[in-house]
Structures are given as C-alpha cells and as structure tokens.
Design a protein around this ligand. Structure first.
Ligand SMILES: Nc1ncnc2c1ncn2[C@@H]1O[C@H](COP(=O)(O)OP(=O)(O)OP(=O)(O)O)[C@@H](O)[C@H]1O
Ligand SMILES: [Mg+2]
Length: 511
C-alpha cells in the first residue's frame, strides 16, 4: 500500500514542497523508518505520530512502514511533518480519500491534538504561489495562514476531527482571517511630551522616524538618551501592507506569532542588551536563524550603550546596514534574511560620561577618551545619517518646564507629521522598490534630489570644510530630502540643507 501526501519545509524565509511518501507492507519485520535526509527532529516524529494515532483510539499498523521525504537532497528539520505522516498512515489504514492539491502541515501532540506550529504564513504563501487549493494546519496557527487570501485554510484541532472531515461526516469550515485587536498597539514607554528640553534631539528623532534614518545620540549620563529612544515607537509611522507582510513572515518563521495571532501592523522595536551573543544579534547558528537585526526589519534596532557592544558584532552589522539583508552561509545551506532596520544608538562621550559637559569636569585622560571613543569603528559611524549631541537639561528650569509639560508636543502630534512625510515618500517611490529616503541609492538621489545651485554650493563647501566622505555627502542629501518632506516642500532648499548639515558626523572629531 502506497500513498503520497504533500507537505513543505521552511528554510529561512524560503519554502520548498516536500512529498511524504509512505509505503506499508506486510513483508518483513514490523518497523517504522523515515528516510530522505531527515534530521533528528524529524526522526522523533515517529514516536509522536504512533502515540497520537493510538491515543486517538485508532489501531497503529504493526507492519513495515517506510517513509521517504522527497526530494531527498533537501535537509529536513522540524516537527511539522507530523500531520502529513499521520494523515498518510491513516489514509492507508482507514481507506480515506485525501483531497487533491492539498498541503498538510503541523505538529502533533501525544493525545492526537494539533499544536501551534511556526511558519504557517510562509506555507500559505507557498501554497498560493504553487497552485494548491487547501492547506490543513493546526487551528491555533490558522489565522496566521488565513492572512493570505485565495486558498482554503482548514483549521484542524485533532486527528479525530480531521478523520470526520475526510469521511465527509463533519466538515471543518475554512478559516476566515480575523484582524487582531492588537493592531494599533504601539508598544510605547514614553511620550515625547514627557521629555523636557532636548528640542534638537527631538527634532532629530522626528527626522529619523520620517525618513528611516540611522541616528546616534551621544551625551552625558541622565540627559535623556534612553528615554528619547524609547519614545521613538510612538512617533514611527505604521507599517504599510507590503511591509506588514514582510515583518510577519520573519516572525512566523521564528515562531514568535502567538496562537491565533494576526498580521503585525506596528513597527518592531528591538532593544538587545550589549551582552547578547553575536549570533543572537546578527543571526546564524548551526540551524541558521534570524538575529535581532532581522527581527528589527522595517522597525528600530536600539543599541543602548553602543560602545559596549563587542567589535565583532559592530563590524558584522556593516553589511546589513548597507544592503538591508543578511546572508548566512553554512556548509549545507545558504539563508538570506531581510534586515532593513533603522539603527538608533546611544553612547556616552567618555568613560566618566562628562567630556564636553557644560558644568561638570571630565576626569578622563585624553588617552582614555580616545580609547573609549574608538570602540565604535569609523565605517559604522559613517553609516549613521544623523549624529547628535544630547546636551544635559538644566534642572533649574525643570520645574517651570514641568508646569508647561502639557504645552509640549505629544508623540501623537509629531507622528501625524511623520506619517505625512512618509506618504510623500511612498508616492515618490511608487515605481521603485524602496519606501523611504534612507533607502535611496545614488540613482534615486540623482532622480529625486536635484539640488539648486546654491544648495549644492553649500553642501560642497561644508563637505570640504568637514572632510565628509562620499557616503556622508550622499547621506546629507537624503536627510535634507526628509527635512523637505516634513516641510511639505517639493525641492530641497538652502535652509533644509543647512539643517541637515547640523547632523553631520562630528561627534568624535573633538579629541
Ligand atoms: N530631558 C528629560 N526630561 C525628563 N526627564 C528626564 C530627562 N532626561 C532624563 N530624565 C529622567 O532621567 C531618567 C534617566 O534618563 P535616561 O535613561 O534617558 O538617561 P541616559 O541619557 O540614557 O543616561 P545614561 O548615559 O546613563 O544611559 C529618565 O528615566 C527620566 O526619568
Ligand atoms: Mg541610557
């Protein structure tokens, strides 16, 4: 007796179809074998499937069962073949008719129930692109799969329920996508109105959010750098449809979408600690998985105490910062993860923290300061568009300011401006493959940022005076474009460029 059930495997964000071929024969000793480059996790399926079938009050055949996972040269890992395996065996034992063009995907529990399984969104996309009609997935993961319209997502709770469905006794209704109530959950810790003073830093944060620019804040302890970064999610624009799907795919692949979860609509905000491992931050491992840089895709990666991050991690970030993706190569596989994030870094200017402080004296030696500042490499600093010095706020003015804190602009007001500026960018880049000014390559800059003579002259003069690199030169144009977008101006003017130049790389030129 032979049957072929279709399933799939996810490697990174790529999905490949897998045929689960099952042969049951009376000849030979009773065994249950899985062949076809099956990893240890797949091999463990045998025990789960056998026990789940027995606990569903169905007899498990005491025969020679051989399973082949084809194509045999694709490495297979994970527990999601359980459902295809069980369905195949049951179809042979109980003479069930399996529907055509259907994929089976899901992990079994020992009692025969189906468990929430990661990667169902990727499976649904694969099914749609490859002309499948139905996908059978665990009920808890079905909403995630139902994001993709145009295919039947059959939510399965248990093996017994699936048998009744296949016997046409009790049909399971296809899942209908339910929007989550957390759709507008912004995950905000601070409101901009709570931050007193720091007008320039707030303005820089607004520009960064509007254009998706990387930003570094350097300042003395307790000046509000961390507070400002944590207020950023409140002024970030929401994800558009395309971005939402990209982000949700990554979270689906790592299994971070909760049972019943839906499309992610707010921008990710990741703030890993500097003691996190390089693999955790960048991605990789023997089974290549995405790191924080990919989990922050289309959102913010906040690296607090930037100088404390290991050099190896900083250097590894150079490629994703430039290209917006990360390639992880292993002997058996090459995985590419998107990693187009906005880097927000904060640092102190020296070990004691008071170098250049208007009132306190710095106790560090020039050598200590230089050593401390050198921990952030030049190439990384060069990839950051906005450099700002966060000055300490005068605590004497605090109480007056506090009285007026309701007069300060709230995150909501700033966010409205940011959203308008992003809309202008989306319209501009409608025919291009980018979404924000920060993503512009030279050809986009040439096309969309034509500079008037006097603007170009100002930029040239500044670039000679401050020894800007070619990359920084281009970045100044991108930042000026965002400032013009916030202003609603079609062209970059001298004042836009002059403001952009205030944020040029300058922090570490003082020593
Ligand atoms: N500008 C400000 N307005 C209101 N409160 C502030 C401001 N700056 C700092 N604070 C208060 O001080 C606390 C610490 O600030 P924060 O953690 O942002 O400092 P920091 O600049 O990150 O310091 P460090 O360099 O030590 O990390 C905040 O939680 C807040 O209560
Ligand atoms: Mg801090």
């Amino acid at each position: 007796m032979f049957v072929k059930v279709q399933s799939a495997t996810n490697l990174g964000l790529e999905t490949t179809g897998v045929d689960v071929e099952i042969n049951i024969s009376n000849k030979g000793l009773p065994v249950f074998e899985i062949v076809g480059l099956a990893g240890r996790t797949v091999d463990e399926s045998k025990e789960r499937v056998r026990t789940a079938i027995l606990n569903s009050k169905i007899e498990f055949p005491q025969k020679r069962i051989v399973v082949n996972l084809a194509p045999a040269d694709v490495p297979k890992q994970g527990s999601f073949y359980d459902l295809a395996l069980a369905v195949g065996i049951l179809s042979l034992v109980m003479d069930l008719q399996l529907p055509e063009k259907s994929l089976f995907f899901g992990e079994l529990s020992l009692d025969g129930a189906l468990r929430h399984t990661k990667g169902c969104l990727l499976l649904a996309l694969f099914a749609k692109e490859n002309g499948f009609k139905n996908i059978f997935v665990p009920k808890e993961s079905s909403n995630e799969a139902a994001i993709i319209s145009g295919i039947n997502v059959i939510p399965v709770e248990s093996l017994n329920q699936l048998i009744l469905h296949l016997l046409n006794k009790e049909k399971i209704e296809a899942a209908k996508y339910q929007k989550g109530d957390n759709a507008n959950d912004l995950n905000v810790e601070f409101d901009m109105a709570e931050i007193l003073g720091q007008e320039q830093a707030k303005r820089a944060a607004e520009i960064a959010a509007a254009g998706g620019h990387n930003i570094i804040m350097v300042g003395s302890p307790g000046s509000g750098k961390t507070m400002l970064a944590r207020a950023l999610p409140g002024i970030m624009p929401p994800l558009n449809e395309r971005e939402s799907l990209e982000v949700t795919k990554i979270y689906s692949a790592v299994g971070s979408i909760p049972p019943g979860g839906s499309l992610i609509t707010c921008r990710p905000f990741r703030a890993p600690h500097h003691t996190a491992s390089p693999v955790g931050l960048i991605g990789g491992g023997t089974k290549p998985h995405p790191g924080e840089v990919s989990l922050a895709h289309r959102g913010v990666l906040f690296l607090d105490e930037f100088n404390e991050f290991p050099r190896q991690v900083m250097e590894a970030m150079r490629q994703p910062l430039e290209d917006g993706y990360l390639t992880i190569s292993r002997s058996k596989e090459i995985v590419r993860y998107p990693a187009d994030f906005m880097l927000v870094a904060s640092a102190n200017p020296c070990p004691c923290g008071y170098f250049n402080h208007p009132k306190k004296n710095c106790v560090c030696t020039p050598r200590q300061i230089r050593k401390y500042q050198k921990r952030i490499s030049g190439p990384i600093l060069d990839r950051i568009d906005l450099h700002i010095t966060v000055q300490p706020v005068d605590t004497g003015e605090f109480s007056d300011n506090q009285k007026n804190s309701e007069l300060l602009e709230s995150s909501e007001t700033i966010r409205k401006r940011v959203i308008l500026a992003r809309k202008r960018q989306e319209e501009r880049f409608e025919k291009d493959s980018i979404q924000s000014n920060a993503q512009m390559k030279n050809n986009h800059i040439k096309k969309y940022c034509k500079l008037a003579k006097e603007v170009e002259q100002l930029l040239r003069q500044a670039s000679m005076k401050f020894q800007l690199s070619a990359r920084s030169y281009m970045k100044m144009i991108k930042v000026a474009r965002t400032i013009a977008d916030l202003d609603g101006a079609p062209e970059i003017t001298v004042s836009h460029m002059a403001e952009a130049l205030q944020y040029r790389p300058k922090i570490y030129e003082t020593i």
